[in-house]
Structures are given as structure tokens and as C-alpha cells.
Design a protein. Sequence first.
Length: 81
Amino acid sequence: MKFLTPLKISLYGSMILSFLMLESPAIMLANRIEPMVFGIPFLIVWNLFWWFVLTALFLLAYLTNWGSPVRATVNTTKQPN
């Protein structure tokens, strides 16, 4: 728990919420043909929106190096011949 920063907690929470909205029975709330959004049924727009949110969250997590306790550094030592 030493490396659990507020950023990591918010990323985890946002990802869990997005997965629940995309994969849980809550999707039945969006199971409508009407209203159409740009000519696309609402269910498809719902899925695409939550997919985009998850993709953005994973990109943010990757860019902030959230899986490592410290920032990764490049190993600059020379290899012996």
C-alpha cells in the first residue's frame, strides 16, 4: 500500500466504473434504438463511448507509469566484450 497514490486510486476507480458501465447489466439502460445519435443507435454510441473512456484511461495509466513503484530509468552501463 506504500505506492498507492491518489492518482492510482482514481485510475483504478475510473477503470472499474467504466468496465461496469460497459459490461454489466447496466447496459440494458442503453438498449434503445431511439434516440439516434448522428444516425447511430444509442446502444452502439454507449458502447463506443465507454470503450473510448477505457482506452483513454489505459493511455493515461501507461503515460504515468502506474504499474511501477518508481519511474523506469534507462540502463546506460556498457556491456563487456
